[in-house]
Design a protein around this ligand. Sequence first.
Ligand SMILES: Cc1cc2nc3c(=O)[nH]c(=O)nc-3n(C[C@H](O)[C@H](O)[C@H](O)COP(=O)(O)O)c2cc1C
Length: 196
Amino acid sequence: MTLDLKAAEYTLGGLRPFPVAITTVDGGRTNGLISLSGGTMSIVAEAPRVSISLTKYNLTDSMVTSSGVFAMHLLGNDPEIIDKNLEILMTLGGTSGRDGDKMGGLRTKEGVTGCPILLDALSYVEGRVVHRLDCDECTFYVADVVASERLNRGGRLNIGEAWGKLPAEWLAAYEISHHPQVASARAMRGLPPLDH
Ligand SMILES: Cc1cc2nc3c(=O)[nH]c(=O)nc-3n(C[C@H](O)[C@H](O)[C@H](O)COP(=O)(O)O)c2cc1C
């Protein structure tokens, strides 16, 4: 049996439909990104664990490796907060903290780990990293949940609904900004560059 890339995409794509906003703090600097890799590692109900995979190309990855803390927020689709949540997605997922501060325009409070908590998100958990796995082009983190809170009412924003509501110009810019990230990941896996 050969590798059928379409079958692999069918099997693996969309397994995690909820984008999460990751924030962190390192040496006084705050930052964050959007990820579709948020997960749970919990089997012991009273000792929840959260997992996340971050691409090494992204500033947030090196900051979480250094500080060992992050907050993971669910985004909401309630009419009262959806615009703010799309704004969070575009702000954290569209540009890199390497190119300037992304947090200043977002409403936040300081969490128990020092991470910024996004007040317009639906809910969050804060974690302290207990396991870190180097996966070549990305890092996989498992963290003990040390704080959590429901911030707003309403349902979870899934990525299908978000893609349908994001402005076309933002989507086009995101597509372009994604290329260097993929190029970096390919290089770290020893794969040849793509022609764009
Ligand atoms: C829907 C969506 C899903 C994403 N999933 C991931 C992910 O799983 N891991 C990751 O490292 N980046 C992911 N990204 C990309 C980062 O959010 C993006 O590159 C961000 O600008 C990185 O910012 P930073 O360099 O400040 O960390 C995703 C972006 C979007 C919009």
